[in-house]
Design a protein around this ligand. Structure first.
Ligand code: BEZ
Ligand code: FE
Length: 306
């Protein structure tokens, strides 16, 4: 660690105090708290690592490149937040543990509004390649009461590792929404999840490569579940036994979300009598518990602008 003279330390702390004071006419207490903490942590960071001017320039160039590659379909800043674990930290802070409520995980860039509707027992794959997978379970509240009519959005990559929106055509596949029945039950056909890399052809990919990290995500199936007066749940389920569980590029894996995807040999009768013409398939059960909406934090008005 570099030793810094008393005079040098005084200059550096004086600057921090000056910047903190510059915000004193801010009349939004939450914004003030945010900019003060940001200033303190940024300066602490620069001083701790003794940031060189070259490194500062490289950081600016990195952020500029992230801006240039960002458009309506690609959001490199969220990807950066994801690979730094900031997205998962924010999710942890905002989805406090509440009894048996199902844990949340990262949203990811591939959700699309207005997905097709399917009936309970329908098929989300609609032409996407992959091994069929039967998914079923219930949606209940924390007291075990079934939630009828809960909306379940599901989406996933195909067996080639791509979401529909990553293809150049206008296809919509491997995504849908459905509603739980009167007993809070749901079921659908999907694809057995397979691993795929996060978009890594930009600055975030270069950061991962430079630091010896893999861009791969553990195999998963995305869910977003909503019901009146319940906290919206954004989550995935992961495949027990997947070797990427311990090194997911965005730190999304939680033990409670790892599920047994039972492999069924060709010819095994399917739950709904569907004829899979001798194909292997898998099945998984995922019982979802929604927390009360009242558990959502209300004080963090980050979206409030000056
Ligand atoms: C995904 O799971 O779809 C995803 C999540 C974070 C970053 C990139 C992809
Ligand atoms: Fe994903």
């Amino acid at each position: 660690m570099t030793t810094v003279s008393a005079e040098q330390q005084a200059r550096e702390t004086h600057l921090v105090a000056q910047v903190l004071r510059s915000f004193e006419s801010c009349d939004n207490p939450r914004l003030l708290e945010l900019v003060h903490a940001l200033t303190r942590h940024l300066h602490d960071f620069a001083r701790e690592v003794r940031l060189s001017e070259r490194e500062w320039t490289a950081a600016i160039e990195f952020l500029t490149a992230a801006g240039h590659i960002t458009d309506d379909r690609r959001q490199e800043f969220i990807l950066l937040s994801d690979v730094l674990g900031l997205s998962m930290q924010t999710i942890a802070i905002n989805n406090e543990a509440d009894g048996d409520a199902t844990e949340a995980t990262v949203f990811g860039p591939f959700f699309v509004d207005n997905s097709p509707a399917i009936e309970v027992g329908g098929d989300i794959s609609r032409g996407a390649v992959g091994e069929p997978c039967w998914v079923d379970g219930t949606v209940t509240d924390n007291a075990g009461k079934p939630l009828a009519g809960a909306r379940i959005e599901v989406w996933e990559a195909d067996a080639d590792g791509f979401y529909d929106v990553q293809y150049d055509d206008e296809r919509s596949a491997a995504r849908a929404h459905l509603f739980t029945d009167a007993e809070g039950r749901y079921a659908f056909w999907a694809l057995t999840p397979t691993p795929y890399p996060i978009p890594h052809d930009g600055p975030v990919g270069r950061l991962l490569a430079a630091t010896g990290r893999s861009p791969m995500r553990a195999s998963h199936l995305h869910f977003m579940v909503t019901a009146p007066e319940k906290r919206t749940l954004v989550t995935h389920i992961f495949v027990r036994g997947d070797e990427l569980l311990g090194s997911d590029a965005v730190f999304g894996v939680k033990e409670s979300l790892i599920k047994d995807f039972g492999l069924q040999t060709p010819g095994t009768p399917t739950p709904d009598g569907r004829d899979l013409t001798g194909q292997a398939w898998s099945r998984v059960r995922f019982d979802i518990v929604l927390a009360d909406a009242a558990r959502a934090p209300s004080s963090t008005s980050v979206a409030r602008t000056p």
